[in-house]
Design a protein around this ligand. Structure first.
Ligand code: NAD
Ligand code: UGA
Length: 473
């Protein structure tokens, strides 16, 4: 019960910290929630009318609690010192250098948050891992906190987040489950109960799962690995469909009708993107290797290999269809975000596809309804894995910038283009006036649908040469 007034602080005002805390504030009016970040620009944006992330429904939730029981602040130390429960929701990117580079999770941001908590705390704290972290991180965090303590009692909980971008608010309002892991001691169980009481304000009790710390940490990596594996499975089938005349949509439908398999998450695509699937699987692979389990590591590695294969297969298909060269040709790119209903471009397959085409000297005209020009130019000039390390942003490479323009709508992007690639499944791409687009393009006019959003037959009727993923030509 929310009888005792608790104060919550969340370190990290990103895609997870912002929406999660806004929903806690909305559902628990008696709890004061402060979201803190070292990024001044992010906090300024959270306090403005233009929130730093685009997420359907988020504006309403923030507007109804901001300034009442929801606060965004850069005064990290003050809010941490005052809180009873501290969520840590900082970024946990893939390491770019040193031991485990390209695979292991970089816990620098986490460690500095933990050291700061140890420095400023004057009362007992429950510290909650909200970020996705390697199994056994709680042990390391515990060491940092307790070795610095001045008689203060810290309880570490693992409470991984399962929301997906684009549906974050719905996912938070009605989660499939909330997972809380803690120590099996009386103090650990008491901490679990305190956090459970927060969620019990709106989540039915049977959906709150309590486990030990390591199960909770590993379940998060496992869930993302299973989800990504489904996409790589259906994408692997899409290649076989193209080779045999089967239609991947029909295969997915037939397979998904088996109630043991289920129909969700079986859409073939140009590849999965997003900040987490690849990073979390690489992390899982690294943990398996460190624990002497190379066969298990190799099993999961294949999920990423198939995803890379799917992206390069798509680029090869474009180039080979357009008479083996795209040099000097204009190609319209519709959609840059890693999925619809988000402006997030982290690890979007569009980056790899665009870089592949730029490598062959194509000229790209890019349109996405939610991604800024600045973001697109940055993404196309950054090295792999640097994107989630905000401090060392790479300078823009001027040669590729000339080859890229960002357009205000799909029609402007398509005008004069030899080919059109759909890389994000935005709803608006389903209802474009493709006849008008066809007329504005040199012939033969190609469509490469990386998300299977267009009606290929209708477009062929107009005159387009259409390539869809996993479908007969
Ligand atoms: P993000 O990069 O959007 O946000 C992280 C924020 O933490 C940044 O604003 C950064 O400035 C801040 N930060 C870093 N170090 C700090 C410090 N020492 N003190 C204060 N602020 C600090 O990241 P995100 O997408 O919100 O992801 C956060 C974590 O949640 C990751 O571990 C990720 O794997 C996990 N996760 C993400 C999603 C998702 O959909 N994005 C879903 C589930 C889990
Ligand atoms: C994913 C998980 O779905 C969340 O449960 C998890 O919390 C989150 O990762 C995380 O840990 O960060 P997210 O990456 O936001 O969420 O979005 P998804 O809907 O999972 O899509 C990921 C990628 O897979 C997108 O590029 C999407 O287009 C692609 N996808 C998804 C497919 O290609 N086919 C599908 O059938 C489904």
């Amino acid at each position: 019960s929310p009888a005792k007034m608790v104060k919550i602080c969340c370190i990290g005002a990103g895609y997870v910290g912002g929406p999660t805390m806004a929903v806690i504030a909305l559902k628990c009016p008696s709890i004061e929630v402060a979201v803190v970040d070292i990024s001044v620009s992010r906090i300024t944006a959270w306090n403005s009318d233009q929130l730093p992330i685009y997420e359907p429904g988020l504006d309403d939730v923030v507007k109804s609690c901001r300034g009442k029981n929801l606060f965004f602040s850069t005064d990290v130390e003050k809010h941490v010192a005052e809180a009873d429960i501290i969520f840590v929701s900082v970024n946990t990117p893939t390491k770019t250098r040193g031991l485990g580079a390209g695979k292991a999770a970089d816990l620098t941001y986490w460690e500095s948050a933990a050291r700061m908590i140890a420095d400023v705390s004057k009362s007992d704290k429950i510290v909650v891992e909200k970020s996705t972290v390697p199994v056994k991180t709680a042990e390391a965090i515990e060491k940092i906190l307790t070795h610095n303590s001045k008689g203060i009692n810290y309880q570490i909980l693992s409470n991984p987040e399962f929301l997906a971008e684009g549906t974050a608010i719905d996912d938070l309002f009605a989660p499939d489950r909330v997972l809380i892991g803690g120590r099996e001691t009386p103090e650990g169980q008491k901490a679990i109960q305190t956090l459970k009481n927060v969620y019990a304000n709106w989540v039915p009790e049977e959906r709150i799962i309590c486990t030990n710390l390591w199960s909770a940490e590993l379940s998060k990596l496992a869930a993302n690995a299973f989800l990504a594996q489904r996409i790589s499975s259906v994408n692997a089938m899409s290649a076989l469909c193209e080779a045999t005349g089967a239609d991947v949509a029909e295969v997915s439908h037939a397979v998904g009708k088996d109630s043991r398999i289920g129909p969700k998450f079986l859409n073939a695509s140009v590849g999965f993107g997003g900040s987490c699937f690849q990073k979390d699987i690489l992390n899982l692979v690294y943990i398996c290797e460190c624990n002497g389990l190379p066969e298990v590591a190799n099993y999961w590695k294949q999920v990423i290999k198939v995803n890379d294969y799917q992206k390069s297969r798509f680029v090869n298909r474009i180039v080979s269809s357009m008479f083996n060269t795209v040099s000097g040709k204009k190609i319209a790119i519709l959609g840059f975000a890693f999925k619809k209903d988000t402006g997030d471009t982290r690890e979007t397959p569009a980056i790899d596809v665009c870089k592949g085409l730029l490598g062959d000297n194509a000229h790209l005209r890019i349109y996405d309804p939610q991604v800024t020009e600045d973001q697109i130019q940055k993404d196309l000039s950054m090295n792999k894995f640097d994107w989630d390390h905000p401090v060392h942003l790479q300078p823009i490479n001027p040669s590729s910038v000339n080859q890229v323009s960002v357009e205000a709508d799909a029609y402007a992007a398509a005008k004069g283009a030899h080919g059109l690639c759909i890389l994000t499944e935005w709803d608006e791409f389903k209802t474009l006036d493709y006849r008008k687009i066809y007329e504005s393009m040199p012939k033969p006019a190609f469509v490469f649908d990386g998300r299977n959003v267009v009606k290929a037959d209708e477009l062929r009727e107009i005159g387009f040469v259409v390539y869809s993923i996993g479908k007969p030509l």
